[in-house]
Design a protein around this ligand. Structure first.
Ligand code: ZN
Length: 264
């Protein structure tokens, strides 16, 4: 059968790529120590994460900006976190871009917007990361590195930007990634929109939230921020947004709560 031949050819190509980009044991162990939400995972998940990390390194092109020197620790830290959202969806979800630009620290971007008065206003935006249609994905190494710290509970710049990559797959940054057949756009928005509206009200009322208040700035940011929390603080997300947690569980085909320690 042509299909099974093609499958076998693809499997052997992948196996060769994994050998080519094999991650040394000590570096992989250090990566797991650095990022607890990877360390929690089952032995099976960790094996698959390690395999996908090698494939990711094989398919993507990293470059450094400023005075940053790219090391194996940096590229493996980024790749291992980036593949977490596609653990069950497959790496092909990231085929729409190749480049990843790593900056030593946050980047100030000059923005222009036309205001209600018709005039163009300039302002500076400080970015820890950015994903645009077709790539490249930009990340601040300082923010990537700090994602494993106890104070960073619920925050994760790599998951955030790669959730945007999933959202952008259809060309629109609208909080709706490419959905599986069993999950309709209407069903997706039927959960996401009311959760987003309620979240905006809570943020406007200055309430404490498990999710980063930045998620109130747009439904695309809400999806990215909820995805961060889903993977790194799943109990926190589920406690405040159980319907949203269940939705993300269906989309990502994962239940990170099953692995995360219950005590926050
Ligand atoms: Zn964002």
């Amino acid at each position: 059968m042509f299909g099974s031949l093609w499958r076998r050819w693809q499997d052997s190509r992948e196996a060769a790529a994994v050998r080519r980009r094999a991650i040394p044991d000590d570096l992989w162990k250090r990566t797991l120590v650095r990022f607890p939400f990877l360390r929690w995972r089952s032995a099976d998940d960790q094996l698959e994460l390690r395999r996908l990390t090698s494939l990711f390194l094989d398919r993507k092109e990293f470059s450094a900006a400023g005075d940053l020197h790219l090391s194996n620790a940096i590229v493996v830290s980024i790749a291992a976190q980036a593949v977490l959202p596609v653990l069950k969806l497959g790496l092909a979800r990231y085929d729409g871009f190749v480049g990843i630009v790593v900056h030593p620290d946050q980047v100030v971007a000059r923005r222009n917007v036309q205001g209600d008065d018709g005039l163009v206003h300039e302002y500076d935006e400080t970015l820890a990361g950015e994903a645009v249609q077709g790539g490249p994905v930009m990340l601040s190494w300082r923010d990537v590195r700090e994602a494993g710290r106890p104070g960073a509970l619920g925050y994760n710049v790599v998951v955030h930007e790669f959730a945007h990559v999933l959202d952008l797959a259809d060309g629109l940054s609208d909080g709706v990634p490419l959905l599986p057949a069993r999950l309709s756009r209407a069903a997706w928005l039927g959960v996401l929109e009311p959760q987003f509206d309620a979240f905006v009200k809570r943020v406007e009322a200055d309430e404490e939230t498990a999710l980063d208040p930045y998620g109130a700035s747009g439904i695309d940011e809400f999806f990215a921020v909820a995805s961060e929390s889903f993977f790194v603080d799943p109990h926190g997300l589920a406690a405040e947004h159980d319907a949203l947690y269940a939705l993300l569980e269906r989309f990502y085909s994962q239940d990170p709560r099953a692995f995360a320690p219950a005590i926050r």
